[in-house]
Design a protein around this ligand. Sequence first.
Ligand SMILES: *Cc1c(COP(=O)(O)O)cnc(C)c1O
Length: 371
Amino acid sequence: MNDPVYVTCTRTPLLEDYSSRLISIFNSAWFTNGGPCVQKLEIELREYLDIPFLLLCNNGTTALMLALQSAGLAGKKVALTPYTYVATLSALLWMGCTPVFVDVDSHNLCLSPELLRQAFLREPDIAGVVPVQVYGLPCDMERLAAECQEFGATLIYDAAQSFGSRYGGKSLLAYGDYSICSFHATKVFHTAEGGCIVCHSEEELSKLELARSFGHRDDTHIALGINAKLSELHAALGSLLLPGTEEEIEKRRNLVNAYDTSLSGLPLTHPVRTDGWNYAYYPVLLPDESFVALAIEALGNAKIYPRRYFYPSLNILNYLRPEWRAPCPVSEDAATRVLCLPLYGNMPLDVVERTAITLRAVIAQNDVTCA
Ligand SMILES: *Cc1c(COP(=O)(O)O)cnc(C)c1O
């Protein structure tokens, strides 16, 4: 009988390698507060991404909160995509922002520039915009930047899924006034828990650095801060995993090609892809929600566990204030029909074939036709 297969599997370094890093950390007894491992990983990431102003954080959610705070968006009206992981919204709400949901475009499932323009015209006090490069694929980068510039809003990309993706000759993390990434264990590159903020000036970087560590230097208290520091234990893990990132992406690329071949002819669609993708997920949109349930059940019987990334569309969450709950039909529709199939570098190739066979059988038995 096959082992269970989950949507992802955390990439691990060799235990011996990590042990020797741990010995250094234990010998120095320096576990956090900008120790040598964090400094080293920050330098390595700036180099790898070719991004000069990058700061490590303890996770992607606090990174987004810090970016919002540093941009002066706390308590302001901020537009965001409803088609994302809930943390995008949580960060806004913890910062006291009023969320304005702007629906996505159906071809890329990213925040629609046209609908953003309409939102600006309707609500000129929208001070910031948080799109998500969902599945590590680019949004309509040029148009989003143009709309934000015209209406004087700060553009913060939630690039949590974009590590290793490139677009227009640079890392996707290099776009926007700020961008944030997550280094959670489920991401293409990770530090178990962790994340980073990217900004575009030395001045901004030192402001964020201060805010990351309680807003004080020694006994001088300068501004409101929080604790968003990454530990040495996490940073050491990151330095060991970073060099394997290209290989991880290459293995995923091969698996994605295998999925495409095995699933061809089925009534499935996926968001538009671009060159330079990091192959972070394998999302498929099924004809309707009932088929999603049948697929989950049939795959579950084969011990294959896909996830509904991203369901539900965040604009309908029940803890939102009623006045925040704008309809977003494209996002709501996609959220009910999407499934992310298992994908990670070391996934056995036969999972692709078993998944395809199962989905074909479900379709054949249930007479599903293309929507
Ligand atoms: C993973 C993720 C986050 C959260 O990052 P953490 O590091 O887990 O806090 C935020 N937004 C998106 C789009 C994500 O995928």
